[in-house]
Design a protein around this ligand. Structure first.
Ligand SMILES: Nc1ncnc2c1ncn2[C@@H]1O[C@H](COP(=O)(O)OP(=O)(O)OP(=O)(O)O)[C@@H](O)[C@H]1O
Length: 814
């Protein structure tokens, strides 16, 4: 009977969100400032306290009388640098590689402050682009300053922090990302005398944002000074950006480093000239150096983890390398700080150290026994296509500036050799500087950051103030995407959800998944997913791709979800940390082709995201997120709920699955066809859903897509129950519609009674979310009512068919 049915359609185009946006939740304003050195609440010293502390510091430094372990070129320019910094609030230091910028200038500034009797108000923050350099340079500076003063020096990086003992006479090395977070709770950097931005030429998105924020901090905090340092960047542009500030040139000293280009290397090795510089060739060059080169360590730059693993495997397979007289060390951003520090150790007598690194070893660090640098000439770069909204990670040629930095890792403590594995003429087509990251990545994260730091400013206006402004259309696009997922409202203000998501140090979509997962009481599995989407847990290399796929298949069982694979991999490993012995743990890693290093990093991320949820006031304590029996994990073993929450967070990242495709003029009834809002897509071979003859639902959700040869590949996906689509997606009004461009609506027919019941359930769920986002403190009071509702939802998901159309073929109207 016609009137017994209503047509239920869920609109993907009209994602106006739950209506949550309407009620603007006031900023989670930290009334109190945080001390940027110690992380404790900021308390300015009284005049007498400051005087006392300064006198104490002066005495301490005088009796410690810190020395300089070696004389460096910058030492002769100390007075010039200091007087420039005293007379101009911003100074650019143009110091050649190895002149001593990183290890000396911050210390000079601090020393001068202390000796002048102003130590109490002298606090120097030094940013580094990466964890490895922040940690290793802090160690070096502390070592040079000696045991009595080393407690004044510290570092803070993601997942690890050893700040100076106290504020006042302190030197803190930190990554740019950490300083951005500190700026949230202390925007004008009260209590900080100097911010030194090292390696400013790298032009990563965080550094560009930092420079824009420092311009406003300088206006608000008259005591703040900024020093920008680089060997290879465009100093004039930087100076112009800061109102024409002075540029101080510091000449360097490097031991001679002999350049060889591909043609020279081939000649030396007696090879033909048409060699492809692949993993085999790189391994051959390293073997050649080991056989014929002078003693000393080798540092080889490769584009990515897979290339490092490939070269490592090639080296280990060589007979020459079977004697154990070489020590091969991979160096990659996903290694823990401790594992990264292994590259600074000296090998045993007679052993040669070979470090295989990505560009993380390119700037700031000194590995003092490096004699040979091998440079493959490429690195990985994210490029974003705003048309398809897809990023691709390409291996591209480095710039001149990178070539100089890489070469500059040799010749620091002794003469060296640089093997550039590209023809000399390639230099002519390399750009002078790398393309700023801000011009080639999606901007959602940056827009959220802009909103935290400057809530009243339109994103387009805020981002027009950065050194290289992204296209206005790209910014507007990012704003629209954030509005689509309910993080920003129509006026570009952070919604209550957005306020919470802004506390999460991950992609905003993943942040939303995490916030929702706490509310749906399945937080630990989602923390694992968010961490694995940040860092792949599998031991992935070209060679063992097949093994990884098999391991994923086994973990997936019949879940049709790459996210459940992640969850099972991580939670299985965590269980063995408590219950298993070493042999069982090793066996587990081997059986599932998992990387121990990555899993350790993932564990660190899980803790960090738990802290973020606590800061966002979504959970009562960070540790509750990881306790299996906590309320926040009541439904953590409900697979359908996990998939539903993922959809709620990642929506509108939705894929429609259709069976029956016309290819090359023939209808293939059993082939699958996948489509998102932006057009047809294919499933990547890394996904467990690829090549499946049947899927249990006609809808998939996804997080990452990549572009290759003109096709868009979905890297990870999960089937979702259509009820989740009806009940959890951000919609408004009484019409729920799913439509994809160029196609008419997809309908599902329900009886009026069923629809009324579902609508009631949907309203109750939305009200629960709305209430918990706006008034988290009431969440406990409403806990049992919420509990019943979630249980009902779980029951529905578990006891209804996720692919009703499989039975009734005419329920879909095209
Ligand atoms: N850990 C270390 N062990 C031994 N020598 C070191 C160490 N760190 C620094 N040095 C010495 O100090 C010199 C200057 O290092 P520093 O990192 O301060 O230079 P920089 O000017 O910042 O160089 P770059 O721009 O290349 O990072 C090095 O070339 C090396 O001779």
């Amino acid at each position: 009977m016609e009137d017994c049915f209503v047509c239920v359609c869920v609109s993907v185009c009209d994602t106006q969100s739950l209506g949550l946006e309407e009620l603007y939740f006031p900023n989670l304003i930290h009334e109190d400032l945080t001390d940027a050195v110690t992380g404790r609440p900021y308390r300015p010293l009284s005049v007498s306290e400051a005087r006392q502390l300064s006198a104490h510091l002066q005495e301490k430094w005088e009796s410690a009388s810190p020395g300089l372990s070696v004389v460096l070129p910058v030492d002769a320019h100390r007075e010039r640098v200091i007087s420039q910094v005293q007379s101009s609030r911003v100074v650019v230091i143009d110091g050649e590689t190895g002149c001593g910028k990183t290890t000396r200038i911050p210390r000079f500034l601090l020393e001068e402050g202390v000796r002048d009797g102003e130590g109490a108000t002298c606090n120097v923050l030094v940013t580094q682009p990466r964890r490895i350099s922040a940690v290793s340079v802090a160690h070096r500076v502390a070592h040079e300053m000696g045991p009595a003063l080393k407690s004044s020096v510290g570092y803070q990086v993601r997942l690890e922090s050893r700040p100076p003992e106290q504020s006042g006479g302190a030197l803190l090395f930190l990554t740019v990302g950490i300083l951005l977070r500190k700026l949230q709770s202390n925007p004008s950097l009260k209590g900080i005398s100097h911010v030194v931005v090292d390696e400013v030429h790298e032009r990563d998105i965080n550094t560009d944002l930092l420079l824009a924020l420092l311009r406003s901090s300088l206006k608000e905090n008259p005591d703040l000074r900024v020093v920008l340092m680089s060997a290879t960047g465009d100093k004039q542009r930087l100076s112009d950006y800061f109102g024409g500030c002075p540029i101080v040139k510091v000449p360097g000293f490097m031991h001679p480093v002999k350049d060889r280009y591909l043609e020279d290397v081939l000649r030396e090795m007696g090879r033909p000239v048409d060699v492809t510089p692949d993993a085999d060739f790189v391994a051959d060059v390293i073997e050649h150096i080991d056989r014929c080169g002078e003693p000393g360590a080798v540092l080889c730059f490769l584009p990515g983890w897979q290339d490092i693993k490939a070269v490592q495997e090639k080296l280990q397979a060589k007979r020459h390398f079977s004697s154990g007289s070489q020590m091969i060390l991979p160096l990659h951003s996903s290694l823990s700080v401790l594992d990264q520090q292994a590259v600074f150790q000296h090998p045993q007598e007679g052993q040669r150290k070979i470090v295989l690194a990505t560009n993380i070893a390119e700037t700031s660090i000194t590995i003092d026994d490096i004699v040979h640098v091998v440079d493959a000439g490429t690195h990985k770069e994210h490029n974003y296509d705003p048309r398809t909204k897809v990023s691709c990670l390409d291996t591209v040629w480095i710039s001149h500036s990178n070539v100089t930095q890489r070469k500059g890792r040799a010749g620091r403590c002794q003469p060296g050799q640089s093997y550039h594995l590209f023809p000399r003429k390639q230099l002519d087509s390399m750009t002078t500087f790398p393309i700023p990251e801000i011009l080639r990545t999606p901007l959602e994260n940056l827009v959220v950051q802009a909103k935290i730091h400057s809530p009243d400013c339109k994103a387009v206006d805020f981002l027009s103030q950065v050194l290289d402004s992204p296209e206005q259309e790209a910014v507007r696009d990012a704003v629209r995407n954030l509005q689509d997922i309910g993080v920003l409202d129509k006026t570009e203000t952070l919604t209550p959800l957005g306020e919470r998501v802004s506390c999460m140090s991950c992609d905003p979509r993943l942040g939303k998944v995490l916030v929702l997962s706490a509310m749906f009481r399945c937080v630990l599995p989602m923390l694992s997913v968010a961490a694995c989407l940040t860092k792949d847990p599998f031991y992935n290399s070209m060679q063992n791709r097949g093994l990884v796929n098999k391991a994923k298949e086994a973990l997936s069982r019949s879940s049709s979800s790459d996210y459940l694979v992640f969850i099972r991999a991580v939670l299985g490993w965590r269980r063995l940390q408590h219950e298993g012995d070493r042999e069982e743990r090793d066996d587990y890693l081997y059986r599932h082709t998992l990387s121990k290093f990555s899993l350790r990093f993932i564990n660190g991320l899980i803790s960090q995201f738990s802290e973020n949820l606590n800061e966002a006031e979504v959970v009562t304590r960070a540790s509750e997120c990881q306790r299996a029996t906590s309320l926040y994990n009541e439904h953590s073993n409900q697979d359908e709920l996990l998939k539903a929450v993922l959809l709620a967070g990642l929506y509108p990242n939705l894929i429609q699955v259709k069976k029956g495709v016309v290819t090359k003029g023939r209808f293939r009834p059993n082939s699958m066809f996948f489509r998102t809002l932006n057009g047809p897509v294919m499933l990547h071979r890394a996904s467990v859903n690829r090549g499946k003859p049947e899927l249990p639902s006609r809808w998939l959700t996804f997080f990452s897509a990549i572009q290759s040869n003109g096709n868009v590949f979905i890297r990870d996906s999960s089937t979702v129950h259509p009820l989740a689509l009806l009940l959890l997606t951000d919609l408004k009004g009484d019409r729920v519609e799913v439509s994809l461009p160029g196609r008419s609506m997809v309908r599902c027919e329900l009886s009026v009674e069923t629809w009324e019941l579902l609508w009631e359930l949907r309203t109750s769920i939305q009200t629960m979310l709305y209430r918990n986002l706006n008034h988290p403190s009431n969440a406990i009071a409403n806990s049992s009512q919420d509990g019943k509702l979630i249980s009902l939802f779980v029951e529905l998901l578990n006891n209804t068919d996720s692919n009703p159309s499989a039975q009734s073929s005419d329920s879909e109207v095209d």
